[in-house]
Design a protein around this ligand. Structure first.
Ligand SMILES: Cc1ncc(C[n+]2csc(CCOP(=O)(O)OP(=O)(O)O)c2C)c(N)n1
Ligand SMILES: [Mg+2]
Length: 816
């Protein structure tokens, strides 16, 4: 409904329609407010753990919902419940299910209880994990808690519209209608202080994409006022330089008060027209918003807001203002009749009463749905304990625990399991059917409930990485020896020609074909949108990829050097790595991140922070190919899968010679499978990436002193050795050394843990297992810096020799 229609609607009928819409909006607003009010109460009475609600931000969200079309996407934050309610993508009952953390997608479609309430999404995938028709539904990417964390992907979602519009071959009716879709963002005023906010704003201006970012400005970020958050205390004021004009492209910027319902509708209409039609980014600064109940349930704003401010907030509560506007609205029709939305206040009071009733019922329903299955289990358990106690010599103890359990009227799963598992300890020496029944109950309950909290870290569909079988490289008889970079480039060439949905982008990736020439000539061949340069902005390069992947494209985001991945680590960890898990497999972003690293020169060009990466990025496949043929094989594998991955190419491998395969684009490196690259009998050497070359180089020297090593290439850190091949080697050699360039206790410790604990290697070891790593500091510059910082050939030789020397000091004399 446009504002103009209100002032020009002379006909009774259209006025009636307008009135209906306004009153419906009002109803949504009060329902939303009531959810916040009761939600807070649920936390304060202990039914829910924490609550962060959308009160005080209701009215602008109604306006945003009106301009939001099917096919559009939202990337927002925890205040957006009204928007979701207005679209019909959230019901009050689901709102409460989220608050109670009901671990079921049916009850809580927003995350199956995994996320704190207030984190919203829509489901992009069907039961098989395939994309639904995203143009026929409202879409919301899945929220994350870190402030401004929604920004990078918002860019990618918007950028996808540009690609869908500009590249005819990419058109796909399931994903886009000529790129008409808008990426709608919301963010709190204080969160605009984050670096990734500014990085995203700049990138969207450069890329000219249909992104509308609304800043919900309530002058505070928890207790910290705008004065400490934003220069001039005014985000639209300081972003004025982004405003487009006749000479240069940029943003359209609107400022509007958060309680002016008709103006908000007008602004949102204008904004959506600009973004949708012209692909111009828009900033809407929504001011004068309030926090009727304070920031969240963990504190009260009376502690830090002045009396005057609190009074002002009461007076400017957007719902109260909307109510006044509805109540006072009058229009003369052509016959001089006065048209009003309501004839008396009682109509509004009725709406408010109905809303309260509805929300209260929804809350009760959600709580009952949450509690009933646990209570049923509780009753079963109580009866099992009763029976067991009757037979047990530990009757007194069991009865005490049973009594404790009976008294918990609203139990959690934890209460049940804690008590049952304690009882098992009491009856450990007993033998009875009742004990067996209790044991069965514990294992089956643990079994059935654990997956509710732990499933979907990776794909569970037939597109998971483990489903792709290895395809070995094949060679012509007279296969050429070429630089590794040629192999990677020719492989990309084949991939781009085979699949129009594949894109690659990063710093220097386009025009010069990346800093190591792995993409040379490909921009010319496939165009500036398929192979493109980006600004220096690692976090939003990743966000660009996440957003594109969420919309069905197959992006490869390039981070120039591994060391610079750290700028993107937050978004990789918080957003990409957790995406499939936190959405319980209802969204996927099979983004491939390409980077290069390990051995080079200097503190910021030769890092290998693999421990940090594998620990922060569970949910992403972490691959460390030893050469470019292996790397090419990983890209080919991944493009058949629906999981995200990071591929770290060897920086020093681009100029090393490899035989040119004749099945580029087809060869596939399996993921999660190690490779034995040299057999030997004395010791198993596990390594990966650049270090492997050095290990290979000491083989001869070790042979000369009669040490025969077996070398295993890890290839894939996450997942690692799914077939447990390393243990087969250790069973033979009875000795193990793990070598990498990470710090002590980094990825080598992870590998040791996997091999010792998961594969039970300790049973077969005759020598202490050793990790040989870099020094704990960053690698110093230059040849000697490298030599003294990272494991070198002599270190490797001597460490292995030393292990053998301990085994047989007669044969292997001490070196020092
Ligand atoms: C990276 C990060 N830092 C800190 C927090 C803790 N935190 C949660 S909300 C919030 C304030 C956000 O204020 P604003 O962006 O204005 O949004 P509002 O809650 O006022 O709507 C803070 C500091 C967080 N979630 N993430
Ligand atoms: Mg704020």
């Amino acid at each position: 409904m446009q504002l103009e229609s209100s002032s020009t609607s002379k006909e009774q009928l259209s006025f009636l329609q307008f009135k209906k819409e306004v009153l419906h909006d009002y109803k949504i607003a009060v329902i939303s407010r009531e959810c916040s009010v009761l939600g807070r109460r649920e936390v304060l009475t202990g039914k829910a753990k924490f609550g962060i609600f959308g009160d005080g931000k209701e009215v602008p969200q109604l306006a945003m919902a009106k301009a939001f079309k099917k096919g559009d996407f939202r990337s927002g934050y925890y205040r957006d419940q009204t928007f979701m309610l207005a679209l019909g993508e959230l019901t009050p009952q689901q709102f409460f299910a989220g608050l109670y953390a009901h671990p079921s997608l049916k009850a809580d479609p927003m995350s199956g209880g995994r996320q704190m309430g207030g984190h919203f999404l829509t489901h992009s995938l069907d039961k098989n994990g395939d994309f639904k028709n995203l143009t026929e539904q409202y879409n919301s990417t899945s929220d994350i808690s870190p402030t401004a964390g929604q920004m990078p992907r918002m860019l990618g979602v918007a950028y996808a519209s540009k690609l869908f519009r500009k590249i005819p071959e990419v058109k796909n009716p399931k994903f886009s209608n000529n790129g008409n879709e808008i990426s709608w963002g919301t963010i709190g005023n204080a969160s605009t202080s984050e670096g990734i906010f500014f990085e995203t704003i700049n990138a969207a201006g450069v890329l000219q994409v249909p992104m509308i970012i609304s800043v919900w400005d309530d002058d505070y970020g928890i207790s910290v006022p705008a004065k400490f958050q934003t220069t001039k205390e005014n985000i639209s004021e300081i972003l004025k330089g982004f405003q487009r004009d006749e000479n240069s492209k940029g943003y359209e910027i609107f400022v509007v008060k958060g309680w002016e319902y008709p103006q908000l509708i007008e602004v949102y209409n204008k904004a959506s027209k600009i973004a949708r039609e012209e692909h111009v980014p828009v900033l809407i600064h929504v001011k004068d918003l309030t926090q009727p109940q304070g920031h969240s349930t963990s504190g009260s704003h009376e502690r830090y807001k002045s009396k005057e401010r609190l009074i002002w907030e009461k007076q400017h509560d957007c719902i109260a203002k909307m109510r006044d506007w509805i109540f006072e609205f009058e229009l003369q029709d052509e016959n001089n009749n006065t048209l009003k939305f309501v004839d008396s206040e009682s109509e509004l009071i009725q709406i408010e009463k109905d809303a309260k009733k509805l929300v209260s019922q929804a809350k009760r329903d959600a709580w009952n749905a949450f509690l009933t299955p646990i209570k049923e289990q509780k009753n079963r358990l109580v009866s099992l304990l009763e029976k067991l106690a009757a037979k047990s010599e530990n009757k007194v103890f069991i009865n005490k625990l049973k009594f404790e359990l009976s008294n918990i009227s609203e139990p959690a799963r934890k209460d049940l399991l804690s008590i049952a598992r304690k009882v098992i300890v009491f009856v450990r020496n007993e033998n009875s059917i009742e004990k067996k029944q209790l044991q069965n109950w514990v294992t089956s309950y643990l079994n059935s409930e654990q997956s509710k909290f732990s499933s979907h870290l990776y794909s569970q569909t037939n597109k998971k990485v483990s489903h792709v079988k290895e395809v070995l490289p094949t060679y012509n008889d007279n296969a050429e020896l070429v630089d590794g970079r040629i192999i990677i480039k020719d492989n990309f060439d084949t991939l781009f020609s085979k699949n129009n949905n594949v894109f690659i982008f990063g710093e220097d990736s386009g025009n010069i074909g990346d800093v190591n020439q792995g993409l040379v000539g490909l921009q010319e061949k496939y165009g500036k949108l398929r192979v493109s340069d980006t600004g220096i902005r690692e976090a939003t390069i990743i966000g660009q990829g996440i957003g594109m992947a969420l919309r069905g494209l197959r992006p490869i985001a390039e981070i120039q050097y591994l060391d610079y991945l750290l700028y993107a680590l937050q978004i990789l960890s918080d957003d990409l790595a957790s995406l499939h898990y936190r959405t319980v497999g209802t969204q996927k972003a099979p983004l491939i991140i390409r980077t290069r690293g390990h051995r080079l020169e200097g503190i910021w060009h030769s890092g290998s922070p693999m421990g940090a990466i594998i620990n922060l990025l569970r949910g992403i496949n972490i691959l460390v190919p030893r050469n470019m043929t292996k790397a090419a094989g990983f890209y080919n594998t991944l493009l058949e899968c629906d999981e995200p991955a990071l591929i770290i190419e060897n920086l020093n491998g681009y100029r090393l010679k490899e035989k040119l395969p004749n099945n580029l684009g087809e060869l596939k490196t399996p993921i999660g499978v190690v490779e034995t690259i040299k057999e030997g009998k004395d010791i198993t050497v596990v390594s990966y990436g650049s270090t492997l070359k050095i290990v290979e180089n000491v083989v001869k020297d070790l042979n000369q002193v009669d040490i025969d090593i077996e070398i295993i290439d890890v290839q894939s850190l996450l997942p690692f050795d799914v077939n447990h091949d390393v243990i087969k080697s250790v069973q033979k050699t009875n000795r193990l050394i793990i070598i990498d360039e990470d710090v002590p206790g980094g990825a080598s410790a992870y590998l040791l843990n996997e091999i010792l604990e998961k594969q039970n290697a300790y049973e077969y070891l005759d020598s202490k297992p050793i990790t040989l790593t870099a020094k704990p500091h960053r690698p110093a510059y230059g040849t000697d810096g490298d030599y003294f910082s990272k494991p070198n050939a002599e270190d490797i030789f001597e460490t292995i020799y030393h292990i053998m020397q301990e085994v047989n000091p007669v044969k292997y004399k001490k070196l020092y």
